[in-house]
Design a protein around this ligand. Structure first.
Ligand code: NDP
Ligand code: HSE
Length: 431
């Protein structure tokens, strides 16, 4: 059996999963392949990391990544430490030492992908990154290879397991936000800094990667509009449900004639939308291509073994020589990509859920709807319950499709009305 040698840098949640698969006694890799990845060494700075997997004595173990980077027997490095520094330097050094790289580090690719890809091209080596989006779902391969014949019009979905886990717990089990987050951390879903998850930043890193591959364009990652779930109020989840909608944190990339929309934000979806039924740590990504039409990929978006599954798939690609061919053919981050303008959030058009806190007296609805009407925003439905808090009541509206710039102007005007008693909450809707 032919083999190739792998060095794993970072034996945390994902790295330990990769090591377990590579050391597996009845590995399906041996049954399916004529050339398999062999674990040569592991580097982790955390003294407790060694206890995560029972490593055979022949596996080199070190707390210093450089030991693996300088080892001429290692052909491929799996960077699984996360963050920008020193992950970036480790990858650069691995490439310079003539090693291919596999990484799950979406933050690094979103922020420094161009520089890293340039280095890999100069060194004649590859960078593979299937685990960077969608955990165990092979979405990178699908967008890059399987759907290559298509002009992609839209890629949107749930790409963060932690936030979907939290929202599901809040919606279905009435669990408090902080408890649900703590549970997601315990399960190994969350980033080291969980604000990356809950503030939508991790989703925007993933959206940057998907949009660059799917649309064959390059852009500054900071152009992605990003809003997280930390300010979500349970009452909005309940009212939305009454209106027939489910709340999800969506990453949305849409291509129009003139621009691309790139945005991450809490979004209401009709209850019968396929994404509304994606719960817990599961992710799902809908991709629309001109030839294939609508597709949807679904699976566990975070966690040890699903993510390790994607990392090992990349390692196999390197060993079989596929990664090299794919990497050389890919225009992503080449500097030769089409430049398409990115839409400002004020240009987008969606329906909106609005929750006003108003005094309970005649004429309030007329005042608010009058202002909305002046900005060409028409109301599709309204809910007002009798329950009162300090004489104030929530007034919920669902609008028809409107431009966000107009909505923002209308809300600024409505805010000045004496009948408005608290800040107004609005959520975007996708159909
Ligand atoms: P963990 O924090 O669980 O593991 C990282 C490990 O690497 C830790 O043991 C850490 O030690 C160690 N480490 C950090 N810096 C160094 C260094 N300079 N040299 C050697 N070891 C180092 O992270 P995860 O496994 O969860 O995530 C790894 C990567 O995979 C990240 O990029 C993440 O975004 C990505 N990812 C994670 C998923 C998940 O479900 N967890 C899913 C998909 C992608 P210490 O504890 O001391 O920092
Ligand atoms: N923190 C990430 C998530 C890990 O929850 O989706 C997977 O990329």
């Amino acid at each position: 059996m032919k083999t190739f040698n792998v060095g794993v840098v970072g034996m945390g949640t994902v790295g330990a999963g990769v090591v377990k698969i590579l050391l597996g006694k009845n590995s399906p890799l041996k049954e399916k392949l004529g050339c398999i990845p062999l674990l040569k060494g592991v580097a982790d700075r955390n003294p407790g990391a060694k206890n995560r997997v029972d490593l055979p004595s022949e596996i080199l173990y070190t707390d210093d990544a450089k030991v693996l980077l300088h080892n001429p027997d290692i052909q491929v490095i799996a960077e699984l430490i996360g963050g920008v520094h020193p992950a970036k330097e480790i990858i650069m050094q691995a490439l310079e030492s003539g090693k291919d790289v596999v990484t799950a580090n979406k933050m690094l690719l979103a922020l420094h992908g161009s520089e890293l890809f340039k280095k890999a091209r100069q060194c004649g080596k590859s960078i593979s990154f299937e685990a960077s989006v969608g955990g165990g779902i092979p979405v990178i391969a699908a967008v890059r290879d399987g759907l290559i014949a298509n002009r992609i019009d839209s890629i949107f979905g749930i790409v963060n397991g932690t936030t979907n886990y939290i929202l599901t717990k809040m919606t279905k089990e009435n669990v408090k936000y902080s408890d649900a987050l703590a549970e997601a951390q315990r399960m190994g879903y969350a980033e080291k800094d969980p604000s990356m998850d809950v503030d939508g930043i991790d989703s925007s890193h993933k959206l940057a990667i998907l949009a660059r591959i799917g649309f064959g364009t390059d852009f500054d990652y900071k152009q992605i509009y990003c809003e997280g779930i930390s300010t979500i109020d349970l009452s909005d989840i309940r009212y939305a449900h009454e209106l027939g909608y489910t709340l999800k944190l969506l990453a949305v990339a849409k291509r129009t004639e003139d621009y691309i929309e790139l945005r991450v934000h809490p979004t209401l979806l009709p209850n019968d939308h396929p994404l509304s039924t994606v719960n817990g740590v599961f992710n799902a990504i809908c991709i629309h291509g001109d030839a294939v039409g609508e597709t949807m990929l679904y699976g566990k978006g975070a966690g040890q073994m699903p993510t390790a599954s994607a990392v090992v798939a990349d390692l196999v690609d390197v060993g079989l020589g596929r990664a090299d061919i794919t990497f050389r053919a890919m225009k992503t981050f080449s500097g030769n990509c089409e430049c398409i303008p990115i839409a400002d959030i004020l240009q987008i058009q969606t329906r909106y859920y609005l929750r006003f806190t108003v005094v309970d007296k005649p004429g309030v609805l007329a005042k608010i709807s009058g202002i909305l009407g002046n900005y060409h925003i028409s109301i599709a439905s309204v809910i007002q319950h009798e329950s009162k808090e300090n004489g104030n009541v929530p007034l919920i509206m669902m609008t028809h499709s409107a431009e966000e710039g107009n909505l923002q102007k209308a809300l600024a005007e409505i805010k000045r009305l004496d009948v408005i008693k608290d800040s107004t909450r609005f959520l975007r809707v996708e159909e």
